[in-house]
Design a binder for this molecule. Sequence first.
Ligand code: BGC
Length: 726
Amino acid sequence: MLAATVVVASAATTPIYLDESRPIEERVDDLLPRLTLDEKLAIIHAQSKFSSAGVARLGIPTFWTDDGPHGVRPDVLWDEWEQAGATNDSCVAFPALTCLAATWHPELAHRYGVALGEEARYRGKDMILGPGVNIYRTPLNGRNFEYMGEDPCLASLMVVPYVRGLQSLGVSACIKHYALNNNEHERHTTNVVVDDRALHEIYLPAFKAAVQQGGAWAIMGAYNLYNNEHLCHNRVMLNDILKRDWQFDGVVVSDWGGAHDTWQAINNGLDMEFGTWTDGLSEGARNAYDNYHLALPYKKLLLEGKVPMATLDEKVRRVLRLMMRTTLATRPRGSMCSQEHYQTARDVAAEGIVLLKNDKNLLPIDPARHRRVLVVGENAIKMMTVGGGSSSLKAQHEILPLDGLRQRLEADGVTVDYARGYVGDPTGEYNGVTTGQSLKDDRPAAVLLAEAVEKARQADVVIFIGGLNKAAFQDSEGDDHKSYGLPYNQDQLIEALARANKNLVVVNISGNAVAMPWRGQVPAIVQGWFLGSEAGTSLARVLVGDDNPSGKLPFSWYERLEDCGAHSVGDYPGTRRADENIWDEHYREGIYVGYRWLDKNKLKPAFAFGHGLSYTTFALSNAHLTGNTATVTVTNTGRRAGSEVVQLYITDVKSSVDRPAKELKAFKKVHLQPGESQVLTFDITRDMLSYYDSNSGQWTAEPGDFIVRLGTASDRLPINLKFKLQ
Ligand code: BGC
């Protein structure tokens, strides 16, 4: 009797908004009227560098965000960018998103999201600021490493499982940077001018997929402008496209310092304001949060009756919905630095590393033949998890490429020697996290080069590990690269090494393509990305053949910068207006981004979008179309187990509008033992045949002939099937 009474009493006192058995909208309806005006305003803007207020009196916790997107960023002080000094915030650094995209393996993206979500939960974070899906428009963009390549289909299919995986832990994703933030140079003052077709066909699909298929609970406005309005409070992009057309029911978060105008912040779709330096406050250690556009300035307008309460309630409703999904939900506790997380990091790296070239099967390294291995280059010994801007991490460990190779090869009795070759960036610090490495080397460049060449002559194989790093003007937030070429005279060094030893492997570590004037002289080239905590282990496993590479480029590797549409006609990086500090950047190449541009202009890339070799071989056979279904058999015709990505592109044979020669519309990755085959099927949907009609604002598929192209790279599509849309 007594027990029953207690149960009834507690059920009666649980407010509806805390009752998880009730629908979220009902809980939001219950909670909203309980909040005072000040409480409403408090939850829609920051109270510290990474948090916004809850409502303590109602048991609503503080809301904690954190970067994103490659691991959970270490804690900074409440209102300063320096480290909080926590000793429990070392994380697993996962490979950068370019590497994830290069796996072409959506299931891995899901595992990535889950692992990150578990780390976020353990650290008490409610929102991870990421992933980013801005399209790779120019190889100079300093932030491409945080994104998923040049193709809207690839980025869409990879972002959706990441978001679902992350949010399955009750941690919100925050898709960034919405939208058109395709370069870092002048990112606060660039006004992008782009036609509607390119906007909808190229730049928006991955965001739309993240919202509609991934169910993302939040999205971050970009720093730059579109239609002369900053994207953190942009009427067309936020109110019209995101909220009205896509029916997004989540929260629009400003990028840190991305809100500039109180009226626009109120009316143009922003829901939560973070990191802004307002009212003349400049960037600094301390910000006055009350001065945020969505704080006292908003309150003043509300009290004066100049803006309606309904707009505020709409924002609060969205934030409360986010809380129901996160801080007010029962969630798993998560875990940090588990063996599973490291395994996920290794698997993403193993499948993302791209074997670009492998003449005479120089790779994999064979410990029986290659007894003396020389490793050259700064990136073999440089930590890459620190630096690059907001995605910088404090990794529990980072295995360097040289250490990974030594550990793997010395076990087989191979001698591994090292020569620095060049000095690039010997620093290693970000927001108070230091690598602790001492990379200073004062020897003149000529001495370093001569030493490397001399040692190269003695070696059976030379592995050069260079590329870019996370220093300013490289793969780093806030600036773009100044040129397409490799920095620090690496070209000269690579050419000298190629002359000294014909068994040269070049491993390029970067999130971007770079010019490779020595491409013809180097027999083996590997794209290594920023690989995170397990970088060295992962690289060694691929180079030695423990893992068979299966990564495919998520972008076109241009021979020359001028072969990229943005640099040929696209007006990068824009032109400064005569009378104000705004740079108009006209995306004149329109829909012709990446391989679409190369195809249109009959240009051959150094390495094509979707290209990537394996240590085994594959064949496609028995391709046919039955109704709307394309079928193809893929067979491993070599002697090692391996994975292949079968890619499907569509060509519209005759169209009333200009259309790209081909466009990626689907892909599947399969793992096959030697001799094993698998039959793959692809359903050809109307969406795959459509283009965005800017006159009607609709996606349109015109009846007529299409070609379904199947193959293993955008420049290797041996199968062409005719398809007719009635
Ligand atoms: C970056 C965002 C990041 C935010 C918070 C900004 O500078 O553009 O991507 O999430 O800082 O660190």
